[in-house]
Write a protein that binds this ligand. Structure first.
Ligand code: DGJ
Length: 719
């Protein structure tokens, strides 16, 4: 619902739903300020007066009562006297800054961006429109308050209505100014094979934040930042959590200024960014989802999981999909024989998707091999991939393939033919390799078309049901041979737009195709990629306990359906950890279950255990794949301490509690685990009936165990 009130020369916009209010005031036709965000208030009279008057060193124009730097602005322009970090920096053709565009009106149109977005058809939409008198650049601040949710989606668009170019040097999606500083902030960082490590920091005086200059959202930082109050814990504490729906470079900054106010800016990274907007051209920033609520980590998780399940991910995996992937089974030694055996194995345990991973194409016997040509290796597959695909289909097993389409190597025919398609290639500087490979210039339309063609052919010729889309290096340098020197500041943005275009076209042509998002594991796990893809390979670390830490932290933002979890060998190939088959199986059932090992190495009895587990996953698919996942322990940086989650689904009466003990103790005393989130009612556990109140508050008994990294699961049935 939107209420609008005019007060003198000011206008107040009060957006509200059944739980929250978000109130904006446009003052004197140019300052746009936030008056309130939080639990719903019935009407707004302005009890929280704005700071009028001019403090030392503040800048004002004409008769303004206000100084930009003292206002909780919704969007602010650098060099206009707002000395804090600002959301935007725009120069005209003579490089004069744009300062204060004038408010020219509003509308409530549902402007659906072409970039990945929250697919909300309902909600309260508001577009505040401003125009700069000199350049005639039109700037629209877009808002969509979701129904029944403490969440607002924000983004900004720029429309050049003038006759000359303008330079967008910074164009953030979100600016959030808050007048008190009683906050810390939560981010997630990491690296390959150690993704999604939480970090809580207090806000210091000055500027701090996170940035990706890697051309991808990256495992190094998630495009996410949450302000959390000092009482924030598992189930209590306020938060304002911001997640950028974008897969490329980004920046989140927070500043605490001299008046103890907080500014948070989130959007695409402005370093090396200079987007030249031609007359009549439009630029739209990615969206930011802002969830503001209390109820601590549990509510943060619940809100994000619900929103992404409902409004972002397309839920194409409607039936249980149990993958058998060749990677850790045979690495680059994959061939027809391996695949035919894998089909037999899939049948033994009732898996229903065979994925041929890296190594199936010519000249690819190691990481040093070729990328870019995508021709099947006839020595490994004398009958082509189609034979494997047909046999899989005949056995009612789906067929999938690994690709890394954005890459090429010097050894490829592609490089020889089209070295102008390589990003960053320049005769005068060295080739920067990573995993021996180079990145294609996806900002170039011809490259996009080529990849769409190549991929469509592969999908059609081999009757693919599934594609694993890998991305094993990041961008450097971000220089396009195909764009003139003034426009190099657009390349990083255009690269991501190119990637989205390819995915969008494939989606159109193959609406049922399942796409797994992979970038050496979770190297590009972000809401932008999830808009197009169905599941994500969360980490190359297939150690089940280590991956459980990653998944339980990822559940802060993403629903279970996103995560691929595969059974792998013991000792584990990456860290050598020994884990029992039971532990590995239990922890592979969260999300999308798969197998990444040759099950022929197991005894017949163990193969039966795998089969039983597949059946169990199928039976509880609505919980293990489509359910919610709530934290019973705090976010963890490592696996030494216990990690536990509660899994359930509103439509089902079963609750799973998964508990990883971490490093064991010689002090053998029991611990108690309050289940916290059970809906009111009675639950049966090990044949005994308990009230939800008892289980939620007194908790269940966690008996001591001998040995490190043990895992236990409890099943509760609601009566
Ligand atoms: C990285 C992925 O994360 C792995 O699962 C595997 O597909 C390799 N790439 C193949 O090169």
């Amino acid at each position: 619902m939107l209420r609008i009130k005019e007060v003198g020369s000011n206008i107040i916009f009060h957006l509200s739903n059944n739980c929250v209010s978000y109130i904006i005031e446009v003052i004197d036709g140019h300052f746009v300020v936030k008056r309130y965000l939080g639990i719903k208030i019935p009407y707004f009279k302005g009890s929280n007066e704005l700071d009028k008057g001019h403090h030392a060193f503040s800048v004002y124009s004409g008769n303004d009562e206000f100084s930009a730097t003292n206002l909780p602005l919704e969007y602010s322009f650098s060099q206009n006297g707002d000395y804090r970090i600002t959301g935007c920096s725009i120069l005209n053709k003579k490089r004069m800054p744009l300062l204060f565009p004038n408010y020219i009106g509003f509308n409530q149109d549902k402007n659906i961006p072409t970039l990945p977005h929250i697919r909300a058809s309902q909600g309260t939409f508001l577009n505040l429109i401003f125009e700069d008198q000199n350049t005639h650049l039109r700037i629209t601040l877009h808002y969509c308050l979701l129904d029944n949710s403490p969440s607002i989606v924000r983004w900004v668009s720029f429309n050049n209505k003038g006759k000359s170019i303008v330079h967008l040097c910074k164009a953030a999606s979100l600016e959030l100014n808050l007048s008190n500083s009683d906050w810390s902030y939560l981010t997630f960082h990491g690296t390959h094979a150690n993704e999604f490590v939480p970090s809580f920091c207090r806000i210091n005086d000055g500027i701090q934040g996170i940035v990706s200059t890697r051309g991808a959202s990256s495992p190094q930082y998630q495009p996410f930042m949450a302000l959390v109050d000092k009482n924030f814990n598992l189930t209590s504490g306020r938060f304002i959590a911001c997640h950028l729906i974008w897969s490329g470079d980004f920046k989140f900054n927070i500043e605490k200024d001299q008046y103890d106010s907080i500014s948070l800016i989130a959007g695409i990274n402005n370093e090396n960014f200079d987007y030249i907007l031609n007359p009549d051209q439009k630029f739209t920033t990615p969206q930011v989802l802002v969830v503001f609520n209390d109820g601590g980590l549990a509510n943060l998780s619940k809100n994000f999981q619900q929103i992404y399940s409902k409004y972002l991910i397309q839920n194409r995996i409607t039936d249980p999909l149990i993958t058998l992937n060749t990677w850790e089974m045979s690495y680059f030694k994959v061939n027809e024989e391996v695949c035919l055996k894998a089909i037999k194995n899939a049948k033994k345990v009732n898996a229903n998707l065979l994925v041929v991973d890296d190594g199936w194409f010519v000249n690819r016997n190691s990481e040093k091999g070729q990328l870019g040509d995508w021709k099947v290796d006839r020595e490994k597959f004398p009958n082509g991939l189609r034979k494997v695909s047909d046999l899989a289909h005949k056995n009612k097993i789906k067929f999938g393939l690994w690709v890394e389409p954005e890459m090429g190597t010097v050894s490829s025919q592609l490089f020889k033919k089209h070295n102008d398609w390589i990003l960053g290639l320049n005769k005068k500087s060295p080739l920067l390799l990573s995993r021996n490979q180079l990145v294609l210039d996806l900002s170039k339309l011809e490259v996009q078309k080529y990849l769409i063609r190549i991929l469509s052919t592969l999908i059609k010729e081999n009757k693919l049901d599934y594609l694993k889309w890998d991305f094993n290096r990041q961008l450097a340098p971000v220089f396009s041979q195909n764009i003139n020197s003034q426009r190099q500041g657009e390349v990083s943005y255009r690269y991501v737009i190119g990637l989205y275009h390819i995915l969008q076209e494939l989606r159109k042509e193959f609406p049922k195709l399942i796409i797994e998002n992979c970038a050496s594991g979770g190297g590009r796990l972000d809401p932008g990629m999830l808009f197009y893809t169905d599941q994500t390979w969360v980490s190359d670390l297939t150690d089940a306990v280590a991956r459980f830490r990653i998944i339980s932290n990822l559940a802060t933002l993403y629903p279970l359906e996103v995560f691929s979890s595969h059974l792998s060998k013991s000792p584990n190939d990456q860290d050598g950890r020994l884990l029992s088959l039971e532990t590995r199986l239990t922890l592979s059932m969260m999300g999308s279950f798969g197998i990444e090992m040759d099950i022929n190495s197991l005894s017949e009895a163990d193969i039966q255990k795998v089969k039983k587990c597949v059946e169990c996953f199928k039976e509880h698919f609505e919980i293990l794949h489509n359910g919610y996942c709530l934290p019973l322990t705090p976010l963890r940086k490592n696996i030494e301490k216990p990690i536990s989650v509660l899994l359930g689904n509103q439509k089902k009466n079963i609750i799973w509690v998964v508990y990883s003990y971490g490093i064991t103790s010689a002090v053998h005393v029991p611990k108690y685990l309050p289940l916290r989130y059970l809906d009111k009612g009675e639950y049966k556990l090990n044949g005994i009936k308990y009230s939800s109140e008892e289980l939620n508050c007194a908790g269940i008994t966690v008996k001591p165990v001998i040995g490190d990294f043990k895992v236990h699961t409890w099943y509760l049935k609601r009566i």
